[in-house]
Design a protein around this ligand. Structure first.
Ligand code: ADP
Ligand code: MG
Length: 260
């Protein structure tokens, strides 16, 4: 794959917050990369290096100062149609049932509600929340709430799923389980996934490729392919191949003098 025919292309992407020039703060500096359709990309980097900014630019939630993000050669459209986003906190509406929460994008986008309900039920089945459709978010565990958020992000059938540290608030055991679940959901849905994470092992476990960013202003330090067989299990983490990639990423962070 060359950058010219890639599914998603990021070219010369920069973001300055505040006034350009002396008063502004350069958060992202000339990011260039290509992402293949259906692939799983993990992004790691020190705190404040611009990971969330990159994600918001890719979601169309923020305008670039320079450069472009395109999908099939077209700028990514708004927040709504092309991408689904999952944030660290599940931001489910507390007074609505799980099913009603998952159907929210259909109301916002004015989709056919009957079809949306069918799709919501299918997605809740895919994220293994059968039987919880009519519960309120607070009746679910943290991991279940994030699974509901994933279902909601997929309701309008976006081509890209963007995730910003979605499992950061979960305990270690639940997080491992969610990593297995996300691998399965990704394989079943065929979506292109971009996952921002603080966890190097999570990044490697899930990624076809790991993007390692530099400290602020964030740029792409290295793109590391993860050639480990799939489906991966927890024992994958004990393999020499996994350890070698983990070591390579840690070295980059140590060099940069910042560990997240
Ligand atoms: P990360 O997600 O990697 O921790 P962010 O993308 O959140 O980093 O932030 C990168 C830098 O940009 C930080 O210094 C942050 O304070 C700054 N920043 C992020 N959003 C804004 C904003 N809306 N206005 C001003 N500065 C911002
Ligand atoms: Mg962030």
């Amino acid at each position: 794959m060359t950058i010219a025919d890639a599914f998603i292309r990021i070219e010369h992407l920069s973001k300055t917050f505040g006034a350009p020039g002396a008063g502004g703060m350069l958060a992202l500096d000339d990011i260039n990369c290509a992402i293949a359709e259906g692939s799983f990309v993990s992004v790691v980097g020190p705190s404040g290096c611009g990971k969330s900014t990159l994600l918001r630019l890719m979601a169309g939630l923020l305008d670039a100062s320079h450069g472009t993000v395109t999908m099939d050669g077209q700028p990514i459209r708004g927040t709504r149609r092309d991408v689904g986003v999952v944030f660290q906190s599940s931001i489910l509406l507390p007074w609505r049932s799980v099913l009603e929460n998952v159907m929210l994008p259909a109301e916002v986008l004015g989709l056919d509600m009957k079809a949306a309900r069918q799709r919501a039920l299918q997605l809740l089945h895919m994220v293994r929340l059968d039987g919880f459709e009519h519960k309120l978010p607070r009746q679910l565990s943290g991991g279940m709430q994030q699974r509901a958020s994933i279902a909601r992000a997929l309701l309008h059938d976006p081509r890209i799923l963007l995730m910003d540290e979605p499992f950061g608030a979960l305990d270690a055991m639940t997080r491992e389980q969610m990593n297995l679940e996300l691998q399965r959901i990704w394989r079943e849905s065929g979506k292109t996934v971009i996952l921002i994470t603080h966890s190097i092992s999570e990044a490697i476990f899930l990624g076809d490729v790991v993007f390692v960013m530099t400290p602020r202003p964030g740029s792409l330090e290295r793109v590391i392919p993860v050639d480990l067989p799939r489906p991966r299990g927890m024992d994958t983490m004990a393999t020499p191949g996994f350890a070698a990639i983990s070591h390579e990423i840690r070295e980059l962070f140590n060099h940069a003098g910042s560990f997240d």
